[in-house]
Design a protein around this ligand. Structure first.
Ligand code: ATP
Length: 268
């Protein structure tokens, strides 16, 4: 029997912060965004907001080098995960993505059983101890509030779950690998309002246990769950960071006219 204390000993003692410096991303010759210097605070939720096409998803993709998988992309500047320079070509991108997981807009469970959706990534990352796998799967399903709903159908297809349950399973699939940073790309936008509320509460509950970055079009959501917010905007056909601050400051005391117009629904 693996005790929870044993498991927690494996958890990171402190959460990492991230920091981008003069970060730019090009798709071929076209810049998605340029010169973004921004902190991502450890253990906090940072919300990226802004109108369509301003580079939020592209920025998120850089943070665990998913951009490596897109042909003809060029990333310049630097990204630090604590002291680690993650753009260094010697960094193992697969190992990085275990530390920095992504949850996408559309819930995309594997076409396997609920159990195998969580066992598979563990096995792929070399976890072989069956008792540990069982323990991790059960506690992670509890963590995302799915255990009671699925404990009697663990070997049914994950595709039989509702949209909200699928998204919580995808969050579990990221969490089961014990990451430190979680990147959410509009995780609620494909869900009905009730499922969206459940997933939003789940993300809020991750504060203090993970470093979280979330892209959202829902300003009310950014305000409810974010600790920090960053407004991106297209200027001269290129995404730019307009303003970064605490959620309180961005929404109640914006320093930039565009931020004020955006959070008040006048522009964007
Ligand atoms: N794989 C790609 N290849 C070429 N251009 C891309 C690619 N992905 C995004 N872009 C372009 O990069 C720019 C930024 O797109 P991105 O999806 O990052 O913006 P966004 O702010 O996340 O938009 P949305 O809110 O609509 O999702 C856009 O001009 C987009 O067309």
């Amino acid at each position: 029997m693996i005790e929870k204390s044993q498991f927690l000993q494996n958890a990171p003692l402190s959460l990492p912060a991230m920091h981008t410096e003069q970060l730019s991303l090009y798709y071929g010759k076209k810049a998605a965004f340029t010169d973004i210097t921004m902190p991502i605070q450890a253990g906090k939720i940072t919300a990226l907001v802004g109108p369509s096409g301003c580079g939020k998803t592209s920025f998120l993709s850089c943070l665990n080098r998913l951009t490596d998988l897109i042909p003809h992309t060029k990333v310049s500047g630097s990204i630090r995960l604590d002291d680690l320079d993650i753009l260094n070509s010697r960094i193992d991108a697969i190992a990085l993505r275990r530390r920095v997981g992504t949850i996408f807009q559309k819930p995309n469970p594997f076409p396997f059983s609920i159990w195998k959706n969580l066992a598979f990534p563990l096995q792929e990352h070399g976890v072989k101890n069956r008792e540990k796998i069982k323990w991790l799967i059960e506690t992670t399903l509890e963590d995302v509030g799915l255990w009671k709903e699925v404990k009697d159908r663990l070997h049914s297809s994950a595709l039989s779950l509702s949209g909200g349950q699928k998204q919580r399973l995808c969050i579990a699939r990221a969490l089961v690998l014990q990451p430190e940073v979680l990147l959410f790309d509009e995780p609620c936008s494909a869900l009905d309002p009730i499922s969206s509320g459940v997933v939003e509460d789940l993300i809020a509950s991750l504060r203090g246990r993970y470093t979280v970055v979330i892209v959202t079009h829902n300003l009310a959501q950014a305000r409810r769950i974010g600790d920090y917010a960053a407004l991106f905007w297209v200027q001269g056909e290129v995404g730019r960071l307009i303003e970064y601050g605490t959620v309180e400051q961005i929404f109640t005391n914006p320093q930039h006219d565009l931020t004020s117009a955006y959070v008040n629904g006048i522009r964007g």
